[in-house]
Design a protein around this ligand. Structure first.
Ligand code: NAD
Ligand code: IPM
Ligand code: MN
Length: 364
């Protein structure tokens, strides 16, 4: 076995639905162009497969992913033909929950001032990460409906917060702060816990206590707190103040769409669903965007940056650096889709980045 073979990593690729099927092929060709020693295997999990044979996740699907792959690259799930959204729930939330990918890491970085809707905000001003708890909260879907369809209907949706679950994501945030630098190479220094403990006192109380205890173990890191409503206001008023934000599943979902807008929109935002030491999953923050699907207009850069994040996770640092540099160059030269000011299609924008990454320029 040669050394390339020995270090080669196995990646499961699940494009999913809608624009996931357009942006993921671009991310895959950029990975190929980077020369990273990976073997990619594609899976057809998504709406078409579900509508064809009622399969969302094949039997033993998650066990197979964990056993046979080093990482998973995912597009998006959601299709107007599947009204219940059951396939998205079983595939996407299934991976997060059943593979226990408890840390949803969502970096927020502005690559060029022109992409930010805020006045006078530059790339150095928007460089923070949201660490979202990914296996609990209201997403556990615990609850139910009584007296369905009557005037007395009762619906409950439980917010599940376990001491272990809350503590491990908070600890992950402090470790992340300690080990990850900002884009300019300077160290990170603050962890801000975001909750709504003034109204949701039981869950909030647990988050407050766990945060206080874990933060005491990291005396060099500033521990801060903000209610989620204030945080939304501050993110728009002055994003410079944020460094590492840790929060629950639902608040993390909401604030990362808001944060994506600071980066140039959902088409620019990357994420990783991580359990240290286990097969982790990487996906752009955006969804399947049915209205623009199939039109070659979706921005592939969020998916491409997600691929870079995955490669970095797999220790392909140099390849990840080259991909991120190429994306930055695409943004600067406006070799992009229309949502961020260029005039290229999805494929053409992906080709341009792949050309830069391979050093060969645009091939088509
Ligand atoms: P969405 O992220 O698909 O789209 C929101 C808006 O952003 C739309 O205007 C869309 O056109 C735009 N947008 C998103 N990605 C873009 C890109 N790459 N380039 C250019 N514009 C982009 O969110 P939605 O409309 O609320 O949801 C659509 C479907 O996607 C739903 O079924 C939803 O449940 C699903 N969804 C899935 C995921 C996921 O699989 N991770 C994430 C979010 C939403
Ligand atoms: C996301 C998405 C998902 C979430 C949906 C599709 C369930 O919005 O990844 O941000 O809420 O986590
Ligand atoms: Mn979301």
């Amino acid at each position: 076995m040669d050394s390339k073979k020995r270090t080669s990593k196995r990646i499961a690729v699940i494009p999913g639905d809608g624009i996931g099927r357009e942006v993921i092929p671009e991310a895959v060709s950029v990975i190929r162009a980077s020369g990273a020693a990976v073997e990619m295997t594609e899976f057809d999990w998504g709406a078409d497969r579900y509508l064809r044979d009622q399969t969302t996740v094949p039997p033993e699907g998650f066990a197979m992913l964990g056993r046979d792959f080093d990482a998973i690259l995912v597009g998006a799930f959601g299709d107007p033909r599947v009204k219940t959204n059951i396939h998205a729930k079983e595939i996407l939330l299934g991976m997060r929950f059943k593979m226990d990918l408890y840390a949803n890491v969502r970096p927020v970085r502005l690559l060029d001032a022109a992409l930010c809707p805020l006045k006078g905000v530059e790339p150095k001003d928007v460089d923070f990460s949201v660490l979202r708890e990914n296996t609990e909260g209201v997403y556990t879907d615990a609850g139910g409906v009584l007296k369905l369809g009557t005037a007395d209907e009762i619906a409950t949706q439980e917010d599940i917060n376990t001491r272990k679950g809350v503590e491990r994501i908070i600890r992950y945030a402090f470790e992340y702060c300690q080990t990850q630098t900002r884009l300019d190479g300077s160290p990170r220094s603050k962890v801000l816990m975001c909750d709504k403990s003034n109204a949701m006192t039981y869950a909030g109380g647990l988050w407050q206590r766990a945060f206080k205890e874990v933060s005491a173990e990291y005396p060099k890191i500033a521990a801060q707190h903000m209610y989620v409503d204030t945080l939304c206001m501050q993110m728009v008023r002055d994003p410079r103040q944020f460094d590492v934000i840790v929060t629950n599943n639902m608040f993390g979902d909401i604030i990362t769409d808001l944060a994506a807008a600071l980066q140039g929109g959902l088409g620019m935002a990357a994420s990783g669903n991580i359990h240290p030491g286990r097969t982790s999953m990487f996906e752009p923050v955006h969804g399947s965007a049915p209205p623009i699907a199939g039109k070659n207009v979706a921005n592939p850069l969020g998916a491409i940056l997600t691929a870079a994040m995955m490669l970095r996770h797999l220790a392909f640092e140099e390849e990840a650096d080259r991909i991120e540099a190429a994306v930055l160059e695409a943004v600067r030269q406006k070799k992009t889709t229309e949502d961020i000011g260029g005039d290229l299609g999805t494929r053409e924008a992906g080709d341009w980045v792949a050309g830069q990454v391979s050093g060969k320029g645009v091939s088509s």
